[in-house]
Design a protein around this ligand. Structure first.
Ligand code: PAF
Length: 246
């Protein structure tokens, strides 16, 4: 894998598949790299902990960073280029232009400014990498909806692909918290097929405190999404209750 730190060094040829990431690479990212590999000539992963999408500076500070681990995972997965810019390469002094999505659902309401940061950094990544396709995990369903909407609204010519969630152990949780956290995907899975999936999921959360439980429309597929807090960590997850993702 070739590591690139600056926009001017990003010289790419052929059809490019982009997997935007904030590092802490795990099996879910590898599934996205694999999909990008089969559909493109060149696979680029970005590795950038985007300060603009964090509300609390404390959350930004405690976000896991381990470049050596991320390089090794990308190398093993056959990523061609890892774009890992410093913050001032993406947000140089005087930066003042933002993308502000209007439809951001319950996740947007719970995290004011979050999707402004996500949409802006994704637009910048699309502008510098010029991918034919960009790959996102269904786990962040609301994010995928926002980015796909932006690509359409602004005629970016990027096919925003959304792939099923591959869950992995969350490194931020203690073993006891991890056990409690498993209650979230379980409650969502068990609610599929219920007459009122939101009520069914809420009833099964077993003491996990939800920020929200809601049904989302993801391009015709209906997704049951929820956010809960486990200790200091906020977790989101979702399942498809009707239709299929594309
Ligand atoms: O899902 C993420 O890791 C981030 O929100 C993304 C898409 C890389 C933008 O910073």
């Amino acid at each position: 894998v070739k590591i690139v730190r600056s926009v001017s060094e990003l010289l790419l040829e052929g059809e490019v598949g982009l997997v935007p990431t904030m590092g802490a690479l795990h099996a879910g990212h590898v599934a996205l790299f694999d999909a990008a590999r089969t559909e493109n000539d060149v696979v680029v992963a970005s590795l950038f902990v985007n300060p603009a999408q964090f509300g609390e500076q404390a959350d930004l500070a405690r976000y896991p960073r381990d470049e050596a681990h991320d390089f090794a995972v990308a190398e093993r997965a056959g990523v061609d280029v890892l774009f890992a810019p410093p913050a001032d390469e993406m947000y140089p002094a005087g930066f003042s232009t933002w993308v502000v999505p209007e439809e951001t659902g319950a996740e947007g309401a719970a995290r004011p400014g979050h999707f402004r940061g996500v949409a802006t950094v994704c637009l910048k990544l699309f502008a510098v990498v010029r991918p034919a396709r960009a790959y996102f995990g269904q786990k962040d369903a609301q994010q995928a909806i926002v980015v796909r909407r932006m690509a359409r609204d602004l005629n970016l010519g990027v096919d925003v692909r959304v792939l099923p969630t591959v869950r992995d152990v969350d490194g931020l949780l203690s073993p006891a918290e991890r056990e409690r956290a498993l209650g979230l995907p379980r409650a969502l899975e068990n609610a599929v097929g219920a007459a009122d999936p939101v009520a069914a999921a809420r009833a099964e959360l077993n003491g996990l405190d939800p920020d929200y439980v809601e049904l989302l429309d993801l391009d015709g597929a209906t997704v049951l999404a929820a956010a809960v807090r486990v200790g200091p960590t906020r977790l989101i997850d979702n399942v498809v209750v009707k239709g299929a993702l594309s």
